[in-house]
Design a protein around this ligand. Structure first.
Ligand code: GLN
Length: 235
């Protein structure tokens, strides 16, 4: 029995699950176990209430335009809960479609404008008959860490005030193929176009998300042992 327990909300996990984004949960559990922590997962989908007080960490995965459109109708019901979760500095990992839907809007490949949650200030435009597909390497300017992944998206995302990129593009396309940014960090929200899933190849991000959740939930505990966890080298 683990000493610490985290509750994870998998937002729209039954609809936004392309390219094995759910593997991020497996990676989180792998590292959590080494931190004497277990993770209880609950999918929160269409028509279900998201109560931020019940969760310590969240995943918002990627999807296709059709699913994103369906989900956009339900987003207003979850807006306040997700905003409170984010404002409380709780960690959320958002990939591709989920990343786009946290922002102002996403213009789909057929030109239809899909409204987002408008909690993060970015917006996403569509490219004409093109997708950004392939391996990508970025560098996090704060930590100096390099992250490796695979991107596959039509959307071109432009960051807004109050968010900074997850990293600077070394090779690949990133947010929009123009400004050399990839992903976004806003409070404790980590957004990325990396599928694959991102946490299996970039365990430092998993470690950061878990430690943030543990410190939030157990403010009086000493997690210095957990901080020392050595992450498998990236590849
Ligand atoms: N449908 C979105 C796009 O093509 C998101 C894709 C994804 O999540 N991989 O940009």
């Amino acid at each position: 029995m683990a000493k610490y327990h985290l509750n994870l909300a998998h937002l729209y996990g039954n609809l936004l699950n392309t390219y094995s984004d759910v593997g991020n949960i497996i990676a989180l559990r792998y590292y959590a176990k080494q931190m004497d922590t277990d993770i209880q997962v609950k999918v929160i989908s269409i028509g279900q209430e998201f109560d931020p007080a019940k969760f310590d960490i969240a995943l918002f995965g990627g999807g296709q335009d059709y699913e994103q459109f369906v989900i956009s109708k339900d987003l207003p019901n979850k807006h306040d809960g997700i905003k409170k979760f984010i404002d409380d500095q709780k960690p959320l990992l958002a990939i591709c479609g989920g990343y786009q839907l946290l922002g102002k809007y996403y213009v789909g490949a057929d030109g239809e404008k899909i409204p987002g949650l408008s909690i993060l200030p970015h917006y996403t435009l569509s490219q004409d008959h093109n997708r950004f597909i392939g391996n990508i390497t970025i560098k996090n300017e704060q930590t100096g860490d390099e992250y490796h992944g695979f991107e596959n998206h039509n959307g071109m995302t432009f960051l807004g005030k109050g968010e900074r990129p997850l990293g600077k593009v070394i090779s690949g396309h990133g947010n929009n193929g123009q400004d050399h940014t990839e992903g976004a960090i806003y409070k404790e929200v980590y957004c990325s176009y990396f599928h694959g899933p991102i946490l299996t190849r970039n365990g430092e991000i998993a470690k950061h998300l878990l430690l943030t959740a543990l410190h939030n939930k157990y403010p009086d505990e000493d997690f210095s042992q957990q901080e020392k966890l050595i992450i498998n080298p990236t590849f």
